[in-house]
Design a protein. Structure first.
Length: 459
C-alpha cells in the first residue's frame, strides 16, 4: 500500500479490502482486485481516524491533496474507471485514454462528496499537484501524452549517484534529462549519507505566481525511482533543502503559512524523519524575521547557518547562526566569516567543517562560487574564487558537496551543447521561460588544489 502524507490527511492507493470505511463517511464499494482512491483523516493516528473509498469499477490512484479555508478536502489523481462517479452539474469528460484526471471535493468529515469531476483526452492524464488559492480557485497540474504507460519507459538507473559516470576536473551536466532538464533547476541536489535518496528543487510559474517544488528520488533494490514530489512540498515557494548532520531532519525555506502567520516572505522550516518517510513540517519560529530566510546549512558542530535578505535579491544579505540546545534554539546571531564579502550567500559546509563554499558577486557583477578554508589555528582564510575551471562568465551558484566529499554539485546558467536536456520523466510543472539553468558536478579535488599552505593540516 503506497502512502503519501499531507498535513493531517493521508492519501493512499489500495487493493486491500481490509481497509474499512469509518461510520458516516462516503461508502463507495471497493471492487475486487483493483486499486481505489482512499482518503483518511487522522484525528489521533493511534486510534481515531476517518477513512473512505471512492472510485469506479476500475483503478484509481491519489497523488495530491489540498484544504480550503473551511477545511474541505480536495484530492486529485487518475482514474481508469469508465464509470467513475461524477456529481450532477460538474464537468464530465468522456473516457477516452487509458487514464483520466479526477478531482474530488469532500466536506471536512468525509461524509459528503461536494463535487467530483473527470478530465481527459485521447491519451493518458495524471494529476500531480492541486493548489487552492485565496480567491477560491483550484489549480490542477499534471502530465499528459501517455504519461502512465510511459512511466515504464523511465530509464533504469542503478548505482551511486543515479548510475552516472563520475566526472573528473571538468564540470559536466549531472543526470541530463533526470535532474538537469529544460525546467529551471534552481538548486544543487543533496544526497542522503547512504546515497539512497536525493532531493532537488525546480522553480516554475502558474500565471503570475512563482512556485518552488522539492522533488525526491529513492534507490530501492539497487534501482532508482523516477522523481516524485517530496511529501512535504508541492504547493508553495519552497527553497533549497539540506540535511541535518544526523540526517534525521531536513531544513528548507518556504513561503507557506502555519496558521498564525501569513505566507509571503520566506521562512525557515524543518521536517523530521518518520520511518522511511517524513513527518509534518514545522516553522522555526525563533529563527525567522520579517526578512527572507533561506539556504540553511548545518556545520560539523551542529550550528545552523542561513541567509537573510531584507528584500528579494538583496545585494547585501546577512548570515545568521543558532544552535539547538536541550531542544531550544539559542538567540540568533549575525556572523561574518570574511571581510569584503557583503554579497556572500548560499553557504554550505564540508562534512569535516574545514571548508565553506558559497556564492558571491564579483567586482565585474558576475555571480561566482568561492571557497573559504579553515586555517590550522581555527580562523578562516580569505575567500578564494573557484576559478575558471568551475566558474564561467555566466551565473554559477548554490554549491553543494556529496556526503562522501568526492564531488561538488552546483547550478550554472552557462550555455551547453544540449540546449537544456529534455526531461525523460513526467512532471506537472511549467517551464520558467525567464531563466534556465542546469545542475553540474565535478571532482572535489578541484577544491582541494586551491587549499592554502596554512590550511593543509586542517582537512
Amino acid at each position: 500500500m503506497k502512502t503519501v502524507k499531507a498535513i493531517v490527511i493521508a492519501l493512499l492507493m489500495s487493493a486491500s479490502a481490509s481497509i474499512v470505511n469509518t461510520q458516516e463517511t462516503i461508502d463507495s464499494a471497493h471492487p475486487q482486485n483493483t486499486r481505489s482512491a482512499v482518503n483518511e483523516k487522522l484525528k489521533d493516528p493511534a486510534r481515531n481516524y476517518l477513512a473512505t473509498y471512492f472510485g469506479g469499477s476500475g483503478e484509481e490512484g491519489c497523488w495530491t491533496i489540498a484544504l480550503d479555508d473551511e477545511e474541505n478536502v480536495y484530492i486529485a489523481g487518475y482514474t481508469r474507471s469508465n464509470d467513475f462517479p461524477v456529481t450532477q452539474g460538474s464537468y464530465k469528460g468522456a473516457p477516452k485514454g487509458k487514464a483520466d484526471v479526477f478531482v474530488i471535493k469532500f466536506d471536512r468529515d468525509l461524509r459528503t462528496v461536494l463535487a467530483s469531476t473527470r478530465i481527459g483526452g485521447d491519451e493518458d492524464e495524471l494529476a500531480h499537484s492541486i493548489i487552492y488559492d485565496k480567491k477560491g480557485y483550484i489549480y490542477v497540474v499534471g502530465a499528459l501524452s501517455n504519461s502512465l504507460s510511459q512511466q515504464s519507459d523511465f530509464p533504469k538507473l542503478a548505482g551511486p549517484y543515479l548510475g552516472q559516470k563520475p566526472p573528473w576536473m571538468t564540470p559536466e551536466i549531472f543526470a541530463p534529462g533526470i535532474i538537469s532538464t529544460e525546467l529551471h533547476d534552481d538548486a544543487a541536489p543533496i544526497f542522503s549519507p547512504d546515497g539512497n535518496e536525493v532531493y532537488f528543487r525546480i522553480v516554475y510559474k502558474i500565471e503570475e505566481t512563482n512556485y518552488g517544488t522539492i522533488f525526491m528520488m529513492r534507490q530501492e533494490n539497487g534501482v532508482w525511482s523516477s522523481p516524485k514530489v517530496a511529501p512535504f512540498s508541492g504547493q508553495y515557494m519552497d527553497g533549497s533543502v539540506t540535511f541535518s548532520k544526523d540526517f534525521q531532519k531536513l531544513y528548507f525555506g518556504s513561503t507557506r503559512s502555519d496558521g498564525d502567520k501569513l505566507s509571503g516572505d520566506m521562512d525557515l522550516w524543518e521536517v523530521n524523519r518518520v520511518g522511511s518517510g517524513w513527518g509534518k513540517p514545522s516553522r522555526l519560529r525563533e529563527l525567522n524575521s520579517e526578512g527572507n530566510e533561506s539556504y540553511p546549512s548545518e556545520s560539523s558542530d551542529r550550528a545552523l547557518y542561513w541567509t537573510v535578505e531584507a528584500k528579494k535579491n538583496d545585494p547585501k544579505p546577512e548570515i545568521f547562526r543558532s544552535r539547538r540546545i536541550d531542544g531550544k534554539w539559542t538567540k540568533r546571531e549575525r556572523v561574518n566569516f570574511f571581510s569584503d564579502s557583503d554579497s556572500a550567500r548560499n553557504f554550505v559546509f564540508a562534512p569535516d567543517g574545514s571548508i565553506i563554499l558559497f556564492t558571491m558577486w564579483t567586482p565585474d557583477h558576475d555571480v561566482d562560487m568561492f571557497a573559504g578554508f579553515k586555517r590550522d589555528d581555527g580562523s578562516w582564510g580569505d575567500p578564494i574564487n573557484l576559478g575558471p575551471a568551475v566558474n564561467s562568465s555566466h551565473m554559477d551558484k548554490c554549491p553543494s558537496l556529496s556526503p562522501d566529499r568526492k564531488f561538488l554539485f552546483f547550478v550554472s546558467s552557462r550555455p551547453n551543447g544540449n540546449k537544456n536536456p529534455q526531461k525523460v520523466w513526467h512532471s506537472p510543472f511549467l517551464k520558467n521561460s525567464n531563466f534556465s539553468a542546469d545542475v553540474y558536478w565535478v571532482s572535489s579535488k578541484i577544491i582541494d588544489e586551491l587549499r592554502p599552505k596554512e590550511s593543509k593540516n586542517n582537512r
